[in-house]
Design a protein around this ligand. Sequence first.
Ligand SMILES: NCCC(=O)N[C@@H](Cc1c[nH]cn1)C(=O)O
Ligand SMILES: [Zn+2]
Ligand SMILES: [Zn+2]
Length: 502
Amino acid sequence: MLPLHANAATKLEDLFQHIDAHQDDFVQSLKDWVAVPSDSSDPRFREQLIRMVQMTAERIRTLGATVQLVDMGLETLHGGQTIQFPPAILAQLGNSTDKATVCFYGHVDVQPAKKEDGWKTDPYTITEINGNLYGRGATDNKGPVLAWIHAIDTYIALQKTIPVNLKFIIEGVEETGSPGLEELLKGHEEFFSDVDYIVISDNVWLSRKPALTYGTRGNAYFFVEVESGKKDLHSGTFGGIIHESMRDLVYLLASLADTAGHILIPGIYDDVAPLTEEESKLYESIDFDMEEHKNNTEVNTFLYNTKEEILQHMWRYPSLSIHGIEGAFAGVGTKTVIPSKVIGKFSIRQVPNMKIPVVEKLVKKHLEDVFAKLNSPNKLKVSLEIGAMPWVANVDDPQYEAARTAIRKVFGVTPDMIRDGSTIPLARTFQDLTKKKVIMIPIGGADDGEHSQNEKISRSNYIQGTKLFASFFLELAKLHEDLQKKSNSNQVKISQRIRSQT
Ligand SMILES: NCCC(=O)N[C@@H](Cc1c[nH]cn1)C(=O)O
Ligand SMILES: [Zn+2]
Ligand SMILES: [Zn+2]
């Protein structure tokens, strides 16, 4: 056993040197993981997905952790058949009462990927080109999960005391919306009871500069269904004499937002937190190249012309997107059908202090009002399918201070404090259910292409990210020790006061 205060002797340079020296091994591990097509959306890959979760559990076990595979039950497919959900991993390494406990949440399932989709290399074979490691899951989320594991491995290899207690929650169905995860959290309250901080590394930087993420938008996803009858009809034979459901629906969808991106649902902006002068200043200093972002996005113009407006509309204002119409003719050719039942799909990204039940009411009221003016005999149905709340952290919390210091030590710069316009529903769920402090520490680059063809993580981000996590453990331990001393001395003061009162 090493002395308790071996921490103090743990030199960052030793850790960094070890990580640099073993980078090829770390890349090889990523190769092995990416080689497993753990696509959670396609049942045909289910065996591989379950194997991926088991491999991950085994890997975490080699750290010396206690690992539990939690059965997640059966998934019901669209056809009604059922298949096994992959299990979730709960693991623990270390339980010293004088150390902070950090829980890492990540996922080892991936988005679908086929070479024919336009990949330059085989998506399941990590291929290094110009310092980039291409492969499905490289950045989302296998690379970051491995970086975390390798950071821990480094302490073990160098026989250093790990400065924090570690816990893991790793799942295999994040890409399909984490079904069952909330129940898992609710059913394992004791697992989270001693957790101080939850770390998520499932997003990317905004630019070439390292960043910490302190907020994500939520999402309210709606279906709006219009039904005229039970069967599709011929537009030559029936066109002109019936109320077409598709005509009603496009009218409804068009009423949701204008072409400038402004949402037209009355009252929708009422709860949006006003922009304070203080917050407004935050956006000026962020490293963000609008032109580069435009090029990456492959569009001609954005809705806004300044960096500040763009960032605000990605992060702190709601947006409404229309995603598709189920039941509408969407194929090639010139089919002359009148569809009977069509379902419009749209979603509204949520920001503080919007409330899902309020948004639901406003959307339903608006669509019903617009529909009433159409004098249509068709049936209208509006339903909320997903209600994920936004998440915002306090950037003055100790986990952010520790991560900022860690970034300075690895990259020599102060990170940009960023938000993410997309949604990690679990972030807010973690915060609300477990009451623990959440931080997002992205390690991937802005151009990693999550969910896209040619997803990658750069070797440099992967290796520096490993150093960042290793250094984060140390910084967090230092801060936690200080905090504990302070709270202990407060505790003494309080008990003294109580004694003096009695
Ligand atoms: N790191 C990005 C994670 C991500 O893409 N999450 C999805 C989740 C979601 C929100 N509503 C439906 N599904 C998204 O934001 O669309
Ligand atoms: Zn992810
Ligand atoms: Zn993803």
